[in-house]
Write a protein that binds this ligand. Structure first.
Ligand code: GLC
Length: 467
């Protein structure tokens, strides 16, 4: 048997184009899979956001996909990165020459066309397994099954909240047979791509063991809990890791002061961050938050808790963009506390690194969290996580007051009161038991957040799918 060849397809992949955590996963996983002797290739749409002066893409050739709306041509470009990973970019200007990655009126049609083209490429390149991610590529397992194509499919749910609901007339665009189309129906007029991916793939995975259990319940199932229950024997939670070479405080060129485990250097990073963001100088606990500002992330709880957090003697830095209502809530709450709160409504990956490096604590009060990468990056930079116990947060952060070797602070209820009580415990230790905090800082720094174990779990799954 030759080398196992896996095509990872999705809408975003770091460092080429990133909106959220999906990009980090598709950017890191192939490298770690490759180290296990499996050939991993990524396939992405070519957006104008991809920096072609930095990445020299080579034109390969063309593909033509057949759709219910006629033939659609794609240009295939190839880029081989420094780890030897092949990345394909599919160029189709009518669909992808836009300024945004998502949020276009024809998103479903655009990503269906991309999915069709990815399958053609996978056929030509003789992939063994296609690993599709989130709703954008969820029709791939459906099409593979419908057309009896010679691939095994793995479908990963990064976030069940986005299902790609669209008009059922797009079944004709995909030229699906009736039975298969029925599988994807939400109701008479609506098609649900996420549902199709769940029902038609050989294996369904999601990005943490706890989220894999939660989504079987009505509370977290987003209307698809019954569908997921049907596939329970094929549903697996595999925890994400982070790229520990990319996220490394010892070498990170973005941060003020590189460090391995020196507490003084953490303080130097904190002081420099205070200076940069015009916060008052002093030995305050400095709580960071780097996030998309959407309902999932519990931003409203933070806005409501902010007066109390500052009242406890902490400083707070937020960085991110998202829904207007949450941006405004944070800005409004922050305005009242000059010198103590800095709210930065921008997407700035370099500043994000300085927040991880310069904060003493990292807040993640998510209402639900499939995995969450922020808390793992925070661990890697010795910023002690304060999180709500849900999804991947429950699988990665363990409360110091509940276990001997905890690595953070955890609360249960989705209320500002619960959040405040938890922050209070963290601040008390920082202020009154500094040795204990420094010990905790060191424990976070040595926590295993790598991809090693999980990359092996994916490889095992690919092999199982092929049996
Ligand atoms: C989504 C989820 C997040 C997860 C990421 C990568 O962004 O919201 O929890 O870590 O995907 O899988």
């Amino acid at each position: 048997m030759g080398i196992l060849k896996v095509f990872l397809i999705g809408a975003e992949c770091a460092p080429f184009v990133k909106v959220g955590g999906l990009a980090d996963v598709l950017g890191a996983l192939p490298k770690y899979i490759k180290r296990l002797g499996v050939e991993a290739v990524t396939v992405l749409p070519l957006y104008p956001l991809v920096d072609q002066t930095r990445f020299h893409l080579q034109f390969q050739d063309n593909l033509v996909v057949h759709t219910g709306k006629g033939d659609i041509p794609f240009d295939v470009f190839k880029y081989v990165d420094e780890d030897g990973i092949v990345h394909y970019f599919l160029k189709q200007d009518h669909y992808f020459n836009r300024n945004a990655v998502y949020g276009e009126i024809d998103d479903a049609e655009r990503f269906f066309a991309f999915s069709l083209a990815s399958i053609l490429l996978a056929e030509r390149e003789k992939a063994d397994v296609i690993h599709a991610n989130d709703w954008h590529t969820a029709v791939v397992p459906v099409l593979v099954k419908d057309r009896h194509l010679p691939f095994r499919t793995v479908f990963t749910i990064h976030n069940l909240a986005y299902q790609g609901l669209c008009d059922s007339s797009l079944e004709e665009f995909l030229m699906l047979n009736r039975d298969m189309a029925a599988k994807m129906r939400q109701d008479d007029h609506t098609m649900n791509p996420m549902k199709g991916g769940i029902l038609c793939s050989d294996y369904v995975t999601t990005v943490s063991p706890t989220y894999a259990k939660e989504i079987l319940t009505p509370e977290y199932g987003m209307g698809l809990n019954d569908v997921l229950l049907q596939r329970q024997d094929r549903l697996i939670g595999i925890l994400n890791g982070i790229d520990t070479e990319l996220f490394n405080p010892a070498t990170d060129p973005m941060i003020y002061e590189n460090f391995t485990s020196e507490w003084e250097k953490k303080l130097q990073n904190a002081n420099a961050l205070r200076k940069e963001l015009k916060l008052q100088e002093g030995d305050f606990p400095l709580i960071g938050l780097v996030s998309r500002f959407v309902e999932q992330k519990g931003i409203d709880l933070v806005a409501q808790a902010l007066d109390d957090i500052v009242g406890l003697g902490a400083q707070f830095v937020a960085l991110g963009t998202g829904d207007k209502q949450y941006e405004e809530a944070l800005l409004g709450a922050g305005e009242k506390h000059p010198g103590f709160v800095s709210v930065n409504i921008t997407f700035d990956p370099a500043l994000a690194q300085r927040v991880y490096a310069g904060s003493t604590h990292f807040l993640m009060p998510s209402r639900f969290e499939p995995c969450g990468l922020g808390q793992m990056i925070a661990l890697r930079y010795g910023s002690v996580p304060i999180v709500r116990r849900t999804g991947g947060l429950a699988d990665t952060i363990f409360d110091v007051d509940q276990c001997d070797h905890g690595n953070g602070f955890v609360f249960e209820e989705q209320t500002p009161e619960a959040l405040i009580a938890c922050v209070k415990r963290a601040i008390r230790i920082y202020k009154n038991e500094r040795d204990k905090h420094v010990q905790l800082f060191k424990r976070c720094l040595s926590w295993d957040v790598s991809w090693d174990k999980s990359a092996q779990a994916y490889v095992d799954l690919y092999r199982k799918a092929l049996q």
